[in-house]
Design a protein around this ligand. Structure first.
Ligand code: F6R
Length: 669
C-alpha cells in the first residue's frame, strides 16, 4: 500500500470533486458511475481544472500525467472548452504522457505526439517545453538511457500530481501489458496481440501496427498522487470488473490501482455493467436499498443466474436453492420456488419462435403456438417489410444468417442495407490477384491495362499497392460482390440490397471518425423509402473499432428524424450481437432456432466473404474463422437454452428488443 503522508495532504489540498459511490465488499477500489461518457469526462475535467486553478493561486506548477486513445478524447475537448470559454489557463501546467509507439516519428499522424497536439496542445496556452512524451524514434542503443531520463524529468518536475488513465482490453494501464511487474519503470515494451488488434484499424491493418512502445511503468504510474482511470463502453465492462473486483495481479496491471490510496475508476453505465452491483445486485444487498425492484427482467436474471450456478434446469430449482443463494426476497415475490420457476421458465420459453416475422394467418392452424415476442401494432401484418442493417458487408450473415433465410422463406419482403463499404478490411493482395487475373485474361483495354500492370509491378516489388482513391473503391467493390453472393445464398434478391457506403467510414482512421449529417440523412432516406415493420440492427457495442457503434448511432439519429412518420409507430427494432459476443441470456427477447441444414446454409453464405478469411489470423489467440465463431456461438446458446431445461436445438440466433422510444433515449450508443 502506498501510504505517503505527503501524498494524502496533497490530495486533501486537491479537494477531489469526483465523489465515489458507497463501496461494496466485492469492490476493492472506489468507483464513480455516470450516465454517459460525456458527463463523466466533464466531471474529471472539472477536478483537473480545480487543481490547476488552486495551484495558480499558489503560483505553483501542476504536473499532469496524460493518456491517449479514444477514452480521453471528450476529456480533452472539455479542457479545451474550459480554456476557450472559461479562461482556464495552462501556463502553469507541465505534462508527461504515458507512452508512445515505437518505432514511430512524432510527425506520424498515428503517433501519440500528433494525437496530443490535435486534441489538446494546439488549442491551449501550454508552453511546448512543458509537454513531454517518450520519443518513439530513439535508437535501440539509447532506449534505456532515454527511459531513465524520462523518469528523472518526472522526478525533477516534482512528480505527477494527477494521472489520467484509460484501460486496454488486456487490463493494461499505459502499455503495461499482462506480466508487467509492480516495480516496472519507463521502458521498451512489446504490445500484446489484442492491443495491436485494437489499434490495427488506425494503422490500416495489423501488419502495419507497431509491435513495440515506450511506456511508463506500473511503479511510475503508482507514484502519482491522484489517479483517475476512465473507461467507457460495454467492451470494457469485463476487464473493468476484473480490475476492480478481482485480485491484484500482474496479469491485469490496472488491478494495481486497488493498492493506491487516491485512485478512482470513473465509468459510464456501459463500462460499469459487468460489476456485481449491476449484474447480480442481489449479491451486494437488498434491491430496495439500491433503488432497484424485482421487476420481470430482474426476476428472470436471478432465476437464470441461479439455474446456471446450480447446474440445474429452471424447473428443478428448489426453495433451498433460492434460500442458500440469498434469494429469499425473490421467493417472497412469487410465493414459492415452484411459482418462481414457472415464471422464469415461461419467460424464456416465450422468447423462442421459428417465425421471427410472425405467422402467416392463412397458414396458421388452431392450436399452433402463438408468436409471442412480436408486440408492435404490426404484429398481425403479413407479410412484413423487413430491413436488416448490416454495418459491414458480412455482419448480416455472420450474426443472423439463419434468421435472414427464414424471413425470406416465410414470405416477407426483406431488404438488406450494408452501412459501410468495409474497404479497410480488404488486403492489397486480394486486389492484386484480381488485377493479375484481369491482365492474364487480356480483357483490359489499354489505359486500364497499363495501370493494372504498373500496380501489379508495384505489388510484386513493395508487397503493397500504391494507395489511391481508386484502390479504395475497388476494395469496396470486392466486398460488395461478396455481399451480393452471400445474400443470394440466403434468398435475398439483388434489387433488395442497398450499399449505403456511409461517408464517415471513408473519411479518417477509425478512432477519429465521427458521424455527420450526411450519414444520418442517408439512413433516414432509406428508412422513409422502405417504411419497415421490422428493423434488425447490430447492437454490438463490443466492436473494437467503433464502426458498429457509429452505425447504431446513425440509426438512432435517423429514427429521431422519423418520429412523426406513421410507419415508425408500427415498427419494431431488434438488435443482434455480432461476432465478438452474444447477448446475456436474460437480455434475449427473441430466440430463433436453426435446423442443421440452416446452419450449413448460413456457413455457405459466410464462405462467400472470401477476403475476410485472413482476418482470423489477426485476432490474438483466437484463430477461428468467422463461420466457426458464428457456429460456436449459436451452438453454445442452444446448449445454454437446453441446460435451462428448454428444448434441444442445433443452434439459436438471438435478438434483444429495443423499443424505438427507449432506443432514442439510450445514451451509450
Ligand atoms: C494510451 C494508453 C493506453 C490506453 C488504453 C485504452 O496512452 O496508454 O493504456 O489508455 O489502451 O485505449 P482506448 O482509450 O483507445 O480504448
Amino acid at each position: 500500500m502506498i501510504r505517503d503522508v505527503r501524498c494524502s495532504s496533497v490530495v486533501e489540498a486537491l479537494m477531489p470533486t469526483l465523489v465515489p459511490l458507497p463501496r461494496y465488499g466485492c469492490e476493492h477500489a472506489p468507483i464513480s458511475v455516470f450516465p454517459s461518457s460525456r458527463e463523466a469526462s466533464r466531471a474529471v475535467a472539472a477536478e483537473v481544472a480545480a487543481l490547476i486553478r488552486a495551484r495558480q493561486q499558489e503560483r505553483r506548477t501542476v504536473v499532469l500525467g496524460l493518456a491517449t486513445g479514444s477514452t480521453p478524447v471528450a476529456f480533452y475537448a472539455e479542457l479545451v472548452r474550459l480554456h476557450r470559454e472559461e479562461g482556464l489557463s495552462f501556463a502553469n501546467v507541465v505534462t508527461f504522457n504515458l507512452d508512445e509507439y515505437c518505432p514511430l516519428p512524432a510527425a506520424d499522424p498515428q503517433s501519440y505526439h500528433h494525437f496530443m497536439r490535435v486534441h489538446l496542445f494546439d488549442h491551449i496556452d501550454i508552453r511546448p517545453e512543458n509537454t513531454h512524451l517518450p520519443d518513439g524514434t530513439v535508437a535501440a542503443a539509447e532506449v534505456d538511457a532515454h527511459c531513465r531520463r524520462y523518469e528523472e524529468l518526472i522526478r525533477a518536475a516534482g512528480g505527477i500530481d494527477f494521472q489520467i488513465l484509460g484501460i486496454g482490453r488486456t487490463g493494461h494501464i499505459g502499455f503495461n501489458e499482462p506480466g508487467s511487474p509492480r516495480r516496472s519503470r519507463t521502458r521498451l515494451v512489446t504490445l500484446d496481440p489484442l492491443t495491436r488488434r485494437d489499434a490495427s484499424g488506425d494503422f490500416g491493418g495489423e501488419e502495419h501496427t507497431p509491435r513495440y512502445a515506450l511506456s511508463m511503468g506500473v511503479a511510475s504510474i503508482m507514484e502519482a498522487r491522484r489517479i483517475v482511470l476512465m473507461a467507457w463502453g460495454q467492451h470494457k465492462s469485463a476487464i473493468v470488473r476484473a480490475a476492480i473486483e478481482g485480485e491484484v495481479t500482474t496479469q491485469i496491471t490496472a488491478s494495481f490501482l486497488q493498492e493506491h490510496d487516491h485512485a478512482m475508476f470513473v465509468l459510464d453505465e456501459a463500462a460499469a455493467g459487468g460489476l456485481t452491483r449491476r449484474r447480480t445486485p442481489w449479491l451486494v444487498g437488498a434491491l430496495e436499498d439500491q433503488g432497484l425492484a424485482w421487476d420481470e427482467r430482474m426476476q428472470r436474471r436471478a432465476i437464470l443466474w441461479l439455474s446456471q450456478q446450480r447446474h440445474k434446469a429452471i424447473l428443478k430449482l428448489t426453495d433451498d436453492d433460492y434460500n442458500d443463494a440469498g434469494l429469499q426476497d425473490l421467493l417472497r415475490v412469487r410465493g414459492s420456488a415452484y411459482e418462481t420457476n414457472r415464471a422464469g421458465f415461461y419467460q424464456m420459453q416465450h422468447t423462442i419462435t421459428g417465425w421471427p416475422g410472425g405467422r402467416d394467418p392463412l397458414r396458421t392452424q388452431p392450436g399452433d403456438a402463438l408468436v409471442r415476442p412480436l408486440r408492435a401494432k404490426s404484429a398481425d401484418v403479413f407479410p412484413k417489410r423487413v430491413l436488416v442493417l448490416s454495418p459491414h458487408p458480412d455482419d448480416d450473415v455472420i450474426a443472423m444468417g439463419g434468421t435472414l433465410c427464414r424471413l425470406v422463406e416465410q414470405g416477407h419482403t426483406v431488404d438488406v442495407a450494408y452501412q459501410v463499404s468495409g474497404a479497410a478490411a480488404v488486403s492489397d493482395e486480394a486486389i492484386w490477384r484480381q488485377l493479375y487475373f484481369s491482365l492474364q485474361t487480356g480483357q483490359l483495354l489499354p489505359p486500364a491495362a497499363q495501370r493494372a500492370r504498373e500496380a501489379c509491378e508495384a505489388f510484386e516489388r513493395d508487397g503493397a499497392l500504391p494507395p489511391s482513391a481508386e484502390l479504395r473503391r475497388w476494395k469496396g467493390l470486392v466486398r460488395r460482390h461478396e455481399a451480393v453472393a452471400a445474400a443470394r445464398i440466403c434468398g435475398v434478391r439483388t434489387d433488395h440490397l442497398h450499399f449505403l457506403d456511409l461517408p464517415f467510414y471513408e473519411s479518417d482512421t477509425p478512432r477519429r471518425r465521427s458521424l455527420a449529417e450526411t450519414d444520418v440523412a442517408i439512413m433516414r432516406g432509406l428508412l422513409n423509402e422502405l417504411r419497415p415493420h421490422l428493423i434488425y440492427a447490430a447492437g454490438d457495442l463490443d466492436d473494437p473499432h467503433g464502426t458498429h457503434r457509429l452505425c447504431l448511432r446513425a440509426l438512432r439519429e435517423a429514427l429521431a428524424g422519423c418520429v412523426r412518420e406513421p410507419w415508425l409507430d408500427e415498427a419494431e427494432l431488434w438488435l443482434y450481437r455480432g461476432e465478438w459476443a452474444e447477448w446475456e441470456l436474460d437480455e434475449i427477447d427473441l430466440a430463433v432456432p436453426l435446423s442443421p441444414q440452416e446452419v450449413l446454409r448460413r456457413r455457405r453464405a459466410i464462405f462467400r466473404h472470401e477476403t475476410q478469411k485472413d482476418q482470423a489470423l489477426f485476432t490474438g489467440d483466437d484463430r477461428r474463422e468467422f463461420w466457426q465463431r458464428t457456429e460456436d456461438r449459436s451452438r453454445r446458446l442452444a446448449d445454454a437454452y437446453n441446460a435451462l431445461g428448454l428444448a434441444e436445438y442445433e443452434a439459436i440466433e438471438a435478438f434483444k428488443r429495443a423499443s424505438p422510444d427507449e432506443f432514442l433515449r439510450q445514451t451509450d450508443v
